[in-house]
Write a protein that binds this ligand. Structure first.
Ligand code: TYM
Length: 327
């Protein structure tokens, strides 16, 4: 049977945190041996918010190294930088011609990121979802493993694929989002009502994948908790639910078992153990990350882009022919 095709990506726009890892990258690692995979560093997406050029350059390599250190295996998966495959921009334009202003205006990520910006909202921020649709559709992707915040973009991608197929003939596979039951929405340590986010300036908000043990202990020690003393998950316990989710995903111990284990114990013991679980889970990742050689990673990315381009170029050729473009 033909393997399913998987595509996903992370923006090189800040420090990667455990939300990116538990919502996306850890799940890619678990999937990769059963599927054909494209994992992209989506640098052109990061440009929709003003980036410092040196930072963007450094972050792009950091994201690729994060993929590798987390366990993405280049034998199973094509890892590449989005801007190295020009077809992403080309298809984004072609899809933009099929996409409606109304659809893009309804995207919550656009609404969030453009809030309080008055008239000075970048056009790229608005058309961002057409580039994301292009990323996915170029590779005949079946499955897109992402966190919950990307669900709406995936729905638009599906709509664009269907719209194109109806107008110009069966061309695109209509992809399915793959969103985990737990971990799809890791919340801020300082505020469990807000999604953990790279663009959040407060350091106590997120756990970075590269945080040293002391920082992890300090941040978890200071994490907001709920009223009461019980260690239990539930709608009335947003902070504890989030911490229990993190504990579960990093240890493999079920939430029910954790609740049992910490029955009658205070937050201090729970937090102390959670910090050690996170530190131990991240230790091999951090060791592998530190051992990666930049030149070798770059060579891998270039080879990945060559493989991705071969597929993308074929898709673009077909799309253009079907749209009546002289090729
Ligand atoms: P980005 O770079 O914001 O985030 C990368 C991945 O991490 C997930 N994520 C989270 N999961 C759980 N809890 C959180 N707090 C959390 N924060 C982030 C995101 O859902 C995502 O899976 N538009 C995308 C990048 C993109 C893409 C693509 C993804 C561009 N093209 C094509 C898939 C396929 C983004 O901004 O992700």
């Amino acid at each position: 049977m033909k393997k399913k095709i998987v595509f996903s990506g992370v923006q090189p726009s800040g420090v990667l945190h455990i939300g990116n890892y538990l919502g996306a990258i850890q799940r890619w690692v678990r999937l990769q041996s059963q599927t054909t995979n494209y994992f992209c560093v989506v640098d052109l997406h990061a440009l929709t918010i003003r980036q410092d050029p040196e930072e963007l350059h450094a972050n792009t390599l950091r994201v690729a190294k994060t993929y590798l250190a987390a366990g993405i295996d280049p034998q199973h998966s094509t890892i590449f930088i989005q801007s190295h495959v020009k077809e992403h921009c080309e298809l984004a334009w072609l899809l933009a011609t099929l996409c409606y202003m109304g659809e893009l205006s309804r995207m919550t990520q656009f609404k969030d990121k453009s809030r309080n910006k008055g008239e000075n909202i970048g056009v790229g921020l608005f058309t961002y979802p057409t580039l994301m649709a292009a990323d996915i559709l170029l590779y005949h992707t079946d499955l897109v493993p992402v966190g919950e915040d990307q669900k709406q973009h995936l729905e638009l991608t599906r709509d664009l694929a269907v719209r194109f197929n109806n107008a110009f003939g069966e061309t695109f596979v209509v992809p399915e989002p793959l969103i985990g039951e737990v971990g799809a929405r890791i919340m801020g340590l300082d505020d469990p009502t807000r999604k953990m986010s790279k663009s959040e300036p407060k350091p106590g908000h997120y756990l970075a994948l590269t945080d040293p043990p002391d920082a992890i202990r300090k941040k978890i020690g200071r994490a907001v908790t709920d009223s009461g003393t019980e260690i239990r998950a539930g709608a009335d316990k947003p902070a504890l639910s989030n911490l229990l989710n993190i504990y579960h995903l990093m240890s493999g111990i079920s939430i029910a078992e954790l609740e049992e284990r910490y029955r009658g114990q205070g937050y201090a013991a729970f937090k102390r153990d959670l910090a050690e679980v996170v530190i131990e889970h991240l230790r091999p990742f951090q060791e592998r990350y530190a051992a990666l050689d930049d030149a070798e990673v770059m060579a891998l990315l270039r080879a990945g882009a060559d493989r991705a381009r071969a597929v993308a170029a074929e898709t673009i050729q077909q799309v253009k022919e079907r749209m009546g473009i002289v090729v």
